[in-house]
Structures are given as C-alpha cells and as structure tokens.
Design a protein around this ligand. Sequence first.
Ligand code: AMP
Ligand code: MN
Ligand code: MN
Ligand code: MN
Length: 282
Amino acid sequence: MSCTIDLHAHSTASDGTLTPSELMRRAASAGVEVMALTDHDTLAGLAEAARAAADIGLGFVPGVEVSVTWQGGTVHIVGIGVNADSEVLQRGLAGLREFRDWRAEEIGRRLAREGIAGSFERARELSNGQLISRTHFARFLVEAGHCRDVRSVFHKYLVPGRPGFVAGQWAELGDAVRWIRSAGGQAVIAHPARYKMTRSKLRRLVAEFVEAGGEGLEVVSGSHSRDEYFTMGQLSRDFELCASAGSDYHGPEHPWIELGRLPELPPGCTPIWHDWPIDAAN
Ligand code: AMP
Ligand code: MN
Ligand code: MN
Ligand code: MN
C-alpha cells in the first residue's frame, strides 16, 4: 500500500519549481491525502499552499526545513506543523536568510574568479525574488552550458572543496529545535542517511537532537535507499524517536522523485503523525 502522507517538499518559495498552489494540486492528483510544504529557511509559501489545499480538500501541514551547521557540516531539520505567526521562528529564519543573501553574492564572486560571470544576477532572477539557493546557481550553470545537469554542477563547483562552495554558519542545532518547538511544531532530522556520517557520528547527532527536544527522524525519504529505510527505522527505535516520511520533492524536472509514491514505514516505527487527528493509510 502506498503512503498517502508526504511531509517534505519544496515550492518556488525556496528551490522547488512548482508554486505552492501547483504543488498542492499535483499532490492531490497523485493521491496524497496529507501534504506538507517544507521550504528551506522560509515560511513564505505557507499561506498560499494552505488556501490551495483547502480549495481542493487536501489535508495540509505547514512546515519548514531549517539549515543547521553541526560539527562543521550542514544538517537539515524539518519543522512539521509550525505556526507561521511565531515570532521566534520568523526571527530565526530571517537571520538564516541574511546569511544566504551574503553567501549568494560570495558564490557569485567566487564563480567569477573561475571565469563564470553574472551568476549571482542570474541566480537571483531564477529565484523570482524569493530566497537564493545553490540550486538556483546550479540551474544557471546548466542553462549557460557549463555542466550537463544540476548534479554535476554541485559536484564540480558547489560542494565543500570546490571553488563555488562558501562555508558559513547556519543555525545551531539546539536553536533550530527551539524555534520549531516554540512555533508549536515537531522537529525531525531530514534525510539522515544522506549526510554520509559514520554510524557513531550519526548517533551523536541524534543524541544531541533528542537532548534538545527533537521528536523525529525522517526514516522514509525520497533520497533514501530501501536498506536505509530499515537502518534509519532501527535508529529511530533505538532512540525512541518517531518516524517521518517525505519525498523531498523539488519539481517535475526530477522524475525519479514523485509525490505520493512513498513506501510504508518499516515495522515497529511510531509515525510522527500517530497522535494527529487524521486517519493516515501508513
Ligand atoms: P542550499 O540550502 O542553498 O545550500 O542548497 C541546498 C539544496 O541544494 C538542497 O536542498 C538540494 O535541493 C540541493 N543539493 C544539495 N546537494 C546536491 C547535489 N549533490 N545534487 C543536486 N542537488 C543538491
Ligand atoms: Mn533543496
Ligand atoms: Mn534537505
Ligand atoms: Mn528538502
């Protein structure tokens, strides 16, 4: 049975390519019954998504994906069921977007030194006045013929050790969890298997996250393999964390990830939605 709940996806408010309304309509057509919007470091798409979902009778969960720096690397924490009016959350995210704006100009300067001119300006255009992500730079570099696809741009220019990568300080882990909780949300470690951490380092991250008040682990993710569903399911049980499920959908350009196609949570996991007033199929 396929899962009818999807708790991780992006819109044009961050680095997705569908507007919040288009995303909700696509989710409903794909058979999703409860859909979250979790843009990177912004709540800007939530009001539109909530209206569109209500119009078509789709269950909607307002969310956010917060960028965190932990032990020198980037980790993403999804906030599920957040109140967009929370000043604590709004202030925290505004600080991250300030860093993002500066970083985007710095990426532009670094790529210019590599002989690629105008990338900041074009990335800003591609972001339509919303926040600028590395993904917007990647789309520009593909469009300008520097690489054949977004994945190769990241590999060549935008990851640590490459010329367009700018290190910096996102949120502290404890702060991200605190902002989410103070907005009434549940904090979930996004795509835990994607960080390529050793088992012991990942367990340290999870332990610190639990200590800070985190509640869930994204066990089923569009970027996890079948084996990883089970290892992450086991990890969630070891720490008595709830399990979440999300596609991390960014748009129809990435056909290998589709809404409404997530497998069930592995046996023994407690769904993060176990005490929500919904009747999820998972
Ligand atoms: P940012 O938050 O601006 O640093 O950008 C992070 C986003 O870039 C992630 O949410 C992904 O959507 C995308 N991304 C990160 N690494 C890769 C990669 N190796 N290939 C393709 N997209 C990536
Ligand atoms: Mn993204
Ligand atoms: Mn992420
Ligand atoms: Mn994401």
